[in-house]
Write a protein that binds this ligand. Structure first.
Ligand SMILES: [Cu+2]
Length: 278
C-alpha cells in the first residue's frame, strides 16, 4: 500500500490512441519519486564508516528540496537501514544539504544484505504525509544469520527494564495500543528525552518481506505524531514517566519485528519485540 504511494503520481500516458484501435499505444515510463545519485555503489566493507548519500528526484526530474519542518517526528527524511534477517537496525535523520542532497555516515556491523528505507515527508502533503523509497545493498563477506527469537514481555536493555504485555493481541490493519513500562536499575520510572522529535519510535518490519511501518510515541499534546494506513490511524503517547503507549498498525498479517527506540534518562536504547499479527 505505502510502497505504491509514489505510483499515484503517474502522469497521464501520452499515447497515440485512436478509435480505430489499429495504432500501437506508446507507453511512457511512470513518473515517480526516486533515489538519485545513490552512494555507496557496489559492495560495502563491514565495520567501516561508510557514507550513504542520495538525492530524492521528483516526478519532474528535479531534486525534492521542500520538506516538512516542525517540532514533531514527521519532518525531513528518516533513513532506516536493516539487515535482511532483522538482526540490526540503523536509524538516522540526516539534515538536507544544499541542492537536496542527504549524506549520513553509518557503520554496517556485519556482512549480509541490507535494505535502506528512506521515509520522506515532503512539504506538499498528499493523502498520507509521507512515502518510502527503497534500496537494497550488499555488505561483503559471509553472512551469519541471527535467529529471530520470540516475543519477550520483560527485557533488560542498557540498564533499564522494559515490561510489555504478556500476550499482545494484534490484527492487521487495526490499530492497537501496547503499553510498555520502563524502569531504571533502581526500579524508578525512566524519563524519556526526546529523540528525533519523539519520545519513542516504533519501527516495524515484516519478517521475510521486509514490509515496513513506523509509528511514534509523543507527549500528550504534541502534534504531527499520528501514523496513517489504509484508513486506519494510530498515535502513541507517553503521559507519565516510565510509561510508553505504543501505537501498532500493521499492513499485513504474519510475523513482524518491532524495534522500539527511545532515550530513557538520555541513553539511546533499541528494544526488539517479535509480534504476530492475525
Ligand atoms: Cu521515527
Amino acid at each position: 500500500m505505502r510502497r505504491l504511494a509514489p505510483l499515484l503520481l503517474l502522469l497521464p500516458l501520452v499515447a497515440g490512441c485512436s478509435s480505430s484501435g489499429s495504432k500501437k499505444i506508446a507507453i511512457q515510463p511512470a513518473k515517480v519519486y526516486r533515489l538519485a545519485g545513490f552512494r555507496p555503489v557496489g559492495s560495502i566493507a563491514p565495520r567501516k564508516p561508510t557514507t550513504v548519500a542520495f538525492t530524492i528526484d521528483q516526478p519532474s526530474g528535479s531534486p525534492l528540496t521542500a520538506y516538512r519542518t516542525g517540532p514533531g517526528p514527521h519532518t525531513g527524511i528518516h533513513l532506516i537501514i536493516v539487515r535482511d534477517d532483522l538482526s540490526t537496525i540503523i536509524h538516522r535523520h540526516p539534515p538536507m544539504q544544499p541542492g537536496g542532497r542527504f549524506e549520513q555516515q553509518v557503520v554496517f556491523p556485519a556482512p549480509g544484505r541490507y535494505r535502506v528505507i528512506v521515509d520522506v515527508y515532503p512539504r506538499r502533503r498528499g493523502p498520507v504525509p509521507n512515502f518510502q523509497l527503497f534500496k537494497d545493498l550488499v555488505v561483503r563477506g559471509v553472512p551469519a544469520p541471527a535467529p529471530l527469537g520470540g516475543y519477550q514481555a520483560v527485557q533488560h536493555v542498557g540498564g533499564f527494564t522494559f515490561t510489555a504485555p504478556r500476550r499482545p493481541d494484534i490484527r492487521a490493519i487495526q490499530s492497537t495500543l501496547m503499553t510498555v513500562h520502563v524502569s531504571d536499575a533502581a526500579g524508578k520510572p525512566a524519563r524519556f528525552v526526546p529523540w528525533f522529535g519523539a519520545l519513542a519510535h516504533a519501527i516495524f518490519f515484516h519478517v521475510g518481506t521486509l514490509d515496513y511501518f513506523h509509528t511514534h510515541v509523543c507527549a500528550p499534546n504534541a502534534t504531527g505524531c499520528t501514523s496513517l494506513l489504509a484508513g486506519a490511524k494510530v498515535t502513541g503517547r507517553s503521559s507519565a514517566p516510565g510509561k510508553l503507549t505504543i501505537g501498532i498498525l500493521l499492513p499485513t498479517a504474519g510475523t513482524w519485528k518491532l524495534f522500539l527506540q527511545a532515550k530513557p534518562d538520555g541513553r539511546l536504547v533499541t528494544v526488539p519485540y517479535v509480534l504476530k499479527a492475525r
